[in-house]
Write a protein that binds this ligand. Structure first.
Ligand SMILES: *Cc1c(COP(=O)(O)O)cnc(C)c1O
Length: 461
């Protein structure tokens, strides 16, 4: 390619920003499996989901056929406060690695929540407001999702109740205060404010909580208060849909300069940023228009894709949510205490799980010390202090670029830089002090989680 000089940062003009989200399910031959009612094992209907989720979001959740869905003008206007996000050519990293590869990253950390999560938070809050609801409940682990939702709810004047995993509540007081500044009520989970929280506390006194446990509490809080619904920051089809704005912008920016990525890399917790980033590219692959390599990167300490089972499983510890078919470590799985790098959810988006199962995407797992080494190297040359989650993608992008140095291939690599790491200083401190260790669960450890996956006819794994 006769390379026009490509700027360090490619921004879209306001009028070039996406006006529709792209629903990759529409182009999938094998659709992701539907959510099941845990009692009857039948697909969840619109009516069954109504007590939990907002109506419009249920339509989006269940829609496997509409390829493009309009982004309401109010959401487009909110997006303009912090989007388009830049597509950055990592010239400095390329030089440092002495690689012929061309590395690009889509940076989603330029907003107060510090991550891509705001893209879906504003959409979910908007539909709740439009339905005339009073407020929403949710869970948050590290706090990015809770912060994003607090910002969106403040903007739309909705009440916001956040159940925050207790260990994070205690370790990340600053995140908590950001949420409270935006008006959210933040409760450490498990708490004694819900039946399921009290039950978990009785069974596991002194537990520091988990995402699955906080989800159970938030769902109960939503369904027991008039005018409230539950919202979730990842995993669900609707969240991937909203996050497609990342991929659509990235693709539009690349198209402007005739850039075609060979490999697209993202970190995978519940799968929303990766799903959003790859969606339009995956659409081309599914329609047979172009081929790409996609790589999901997960922590070796929470390896849903690379070591999990593809099965129907509970989305939460309290087993109050519908069953989702996904790569899972079992809803009782909790990563070891020394795991610092986020991405600790036991399951994975059904959309990505199906794509992975069908061989359309690859997955690798990486150990956290190598992730922080990559984060440090990246910060020193590219300037941005990356979130530990995002650094999983950095690590594998660097590995791919180093391979190119060895083979001489001039591959174009695109990765998702999902956020900044300013609230992860306890983890960085551990790394800087040389106190960070790696823990890879043994097969026996994982078996305990698998034993909790429900068994019923049709759910063999
Ligand atoms: C939440 C989060 C992730 C992981 O969530 P996904 O749904 O897998 O995208 C990754 N990076 C950052 C910065 C996050 O806040």
């Amino acid at each position: 390619m006769s390379e026009k000089t490509i700027p360090y940062k490619i921004y879209l003009e306001e009028q070039e920003m996406p006006k529709q989200w792209y629903n990759v399910r529409a182009d999938m031959k094998n659709k992701p499996a539907p959510l099941l009612n845990p009692a009857t094992h039948q697909p969840m209907t619109f009516e069954e989901l109504r007590p939990v989720f907002c109506d419009e979001l249920i339509h989006q959740e269940l829609d496997d056929t509409t390829p493009y869905i309009d982004i309401p003008q109010e959401i487009q206007d909110f997006y303009k406060m912090y989007r388009p996000s830049p597509l950055v050519r990592a010239y400095c990293l390329e030089k440092k690695l002495q690689t012929p590869a061309k590395i690009y990253y889509k940076f989603e950390g330029n907003n107060t929540s510090g991550s891509h999560k705001l893209n879906s938070a504003i959409a979910q809050a908007y539909y709740a407001k439009k339905q005339g609801l009073k407020g929403v409940t949710t869970e948050t682990g590290a706090g990015q999702w809770g912060t994003a939702l607090s910002m969106a709810c403040a903007y739309l004047e909705l009440d916001c109740q956040v159940y925050m995993v207790k260990v994070s509540y205690e370790q990340k007081p600053f995140r908590r205060e950001v949420m409270r500044t935006y008006g959210a009520k933040v409760t450490p989970s498990p708490s004694d404010t819900t039946n399921v929280g009290r039950k978990i506390l009785a069974e596991h006194p002194g537990t520091t909580g988990s995402l699955g446990c906080a989800i159970s509490e938030a769902v109960e809080a939503a369904t027991t208060q008039e005018g409230y619904r539950y919202v979730l920051g990842s995993v669900l089809n609707q969240v991937l849909l909203h996050q497609s704005v990342i991929g659509l912008e990235a693709k539009a920016a690349m198209d402007k300069y005739g850039i075609v990525p060979d490999v697209i890399i993202g970190c995978a917790g519940g799968g929303s940023n990766l799903g959003g980033l790859i969606s339009p590219f995956m659409g081309e692959k599914l329609r047979g228009e172009r081929d790409y390599r996609f790589i999901a990167v997960e922590p070796a300490s929470c390896p849903s894709f690379t070591r999990g089972k593809f099965a129907y499983d509970f989305c939460d510890t309290g087993m109050v949510c519908p069953l989702a078919k996904m790569y899972t470590l079992g809803s009782g799985f909790i990563p070891s205490a020394n795991h610092a790098g986020g991405l600790r959810y036991h399951g994975m988006s059904s959309v990505l799980s199906q794509l992975y199962h069908d061989g359309l995407m690859e997955a690798v797992s990486v150990e956290q010390t190598s992730v922080f080494q990559a984060a440090e190297a990246f910060a020193r040359v590219e300037g941005i202090l990356p979130a530990p989650e995002s650094s999983h993608a950095i690590k594998v992008a660097m590995d791919e670029a180093i391979k190119c140095r060895e083979t001489g291939e001039e591959k174009t690599i695109l990765f998702g830089l999902t956020g900044t790491g300013y609230f992860d200083m306890v983890a960085y401190e551990k790394y800087n002090n040389g106190e960070m260790s790696d823990y890879i669960p043994t097969d026996e450890d994982l078996q305990k989680g698998f034993d909790g996956i429900p068994r019923f006819p049709g759910n063999e794994f």
